[in-house]
Each structure stands twice: as structure tokens, then as C-alpha cells.
Design a protein around this ligand. Sequence first.
Ligand SMILES: C[S@@+](CC[C@H](N)C(=O)[O-])C[C@H]1O[C@@H](n2cnc3c(N)ncnc32)[C@H](O)[C@@H]1O
Length: 267
Amino acid sequence: MSQYIHGSSQDEQERLEIQHGLIGGKAFLPPLTAKMWVLDVGCGTGIVAREISPSVELGKVIGIDIQEKQINRAIQRANKEGLSNVKFQIGKARCLEFLDETFDVVYCRFLLEHVSSPLSVIREMIRVTKQGGLIIACECKVDCCSATMPSLPHVKSALNALYKLQTMNGGNPHIGEKLGNLFQEAGLIDIKEDILISSLETPDQIKQYAMGGSRLLKASERELLKNGLLSQEALNQAYGEWEKFSVIPQAKASFKLCRVQGIRPEK
Ligand SMILES: C[S@@+](CC[C@H](N)C(=O)[O-])C[C@H]1O[C@@H](n2cnc3c(N)ncnc32)[C@H](O)[C@@H]1O
């Protein structure tokens, strides 16, 4: 059983929403058509589900997440935005509460890196997808938060400690590169793999990126210290480095994401 490490504080929820903008929003999804039924597994604050809802105006988008606070925020936002074809509910990725072959498209983003049995989750996603339907997963390529110019050595070692914590909790920060094999093992066909790159250069992007990185560490600070993975001094050095980076005029950063899609074969 895995334990989710980032929590659901308001800072973390905002981080997810800002990150969504920085990595290019819903671009990891294919074009959708009006009558489709779509499922977002591990939807967080529902940022993707809400963004795609107008594309499936005669269909439905459902988002599920294990954390109640994420679902509450997703519902609040959807109500505020007047979205009537989006629904959010608490649920577990390994046992989705939907009938077989319900959805046309089922996707997850930044979920499989946190679960102890990604193959079981993918199989469950396949179960609820119609024959001929599409399954998509998107995860960070290793070190996605530390590809910066100039480089940030203290941040890099703090992120390595965070990856260790994630592994100790049953996750796998390196899952991105394994997605294709997992999709194949799960029996999907027409598998396509891509790397999506978002380059960040404007002062505002750099500021948001640095703030996100800093919040990522902050959310796990207690656990990192408790497990002896990082000292307070090392954490402070990483925070300091993020802060300096956020105002460097020529700073650059990039997000690299592994994306894979596959089709559920007809019986
Ligand atoms: C990093 S967030 C990504 C949220 C969203 N997909 C996005 O791209 O912004 C991962 C989410 O997966 C949820 N999660 C983790 N393990 C889960 C599980 N076993 N079943 C359902 N949701 C899970 C967490 O609560 C969290 O909201």
C-alpha cells in the first residue's frame, strides 16, 4: 500500500494548478468530441477535467481522487465555473466504482508515480474503458524539476531526498520511462510514446516554477526530516537557492513529461 506524499494543503492545491499552466494545460490529451465520456483518475483539484469539459459538452467528465480535500476543491471550482457536465467523487484508482466499458477516454496524470502497483491501476483503467477506447498516462521524466539554467545543486540533492521518500512510501519517481512497457504488459494496442517539453523563460514563469519547487519540498519537510533524509540546513539551502533563482533575469527551466497512450483492443 502506498502513501501519497504531497498532501492536499492549500499551497499544494495551488501548486498543482499553477503547474498545469506551466506544462501546457490539457495538451497531453488528444482532441475530444462532444459526446465522449471521459474519466480522470487521481484528478487532484480537477484542473484538467474542468478544462476539457466544454469539449465534451454533450458527454461527461468524471474525476476521482483518494483525498476528500482535492475533491471538495474540484467541486467548488466546477460550481463556480458553471460546469454542468463534470462530476467529482472520492475514489481509489485500484478499484474504480464504475461498470466495465463505461468511458471513451480514461487518463491519469502524475498518479502512477505514487502508487505501489501501477500495473493494477492501468488494468483497472482499461476495465472501465470501452472496447476501442483510449487510455493515456502522463508522468514526469526523471529530474523534471531540476532541469534549470543555472543549475541548482542544493535543490537537486533535496529533490533526490524527496524521490527517496516517495520510493519508501511505495511510489516510483522513475515510472515515466516505464509507461510504454506497462501499457504493453496490460494488453493495450497501438501504443504511442512521446516526450513533451515545456520551456520556461519569462520572469513570471520562472517565479512560478521556483515557487512550485519550493512548495513541493515544504509539503514533505516533516517527513524528510523525520526519516533523516535531509537536514534542516540542507532544506534551507534548497529554499534559498529557489528564492535566488526566481529573480535571475536570464534563468531558464523546463518540464519534461513522458506521455503514453494505448487502445483497448476489441474482443
Ligand atoms: C500530483 S497529484 C496530480 C493531480 C492531477 N492529476 C494533476 O495533474 O494536476 C496526484 C493526485 O493523485 C491522488 N492519488 C494518489 N494516490 C491515489 C489513489 N490510489 N487513488 C486515487 N487518487 C490518488 C492524490 O490525492 C493527488 O490528488
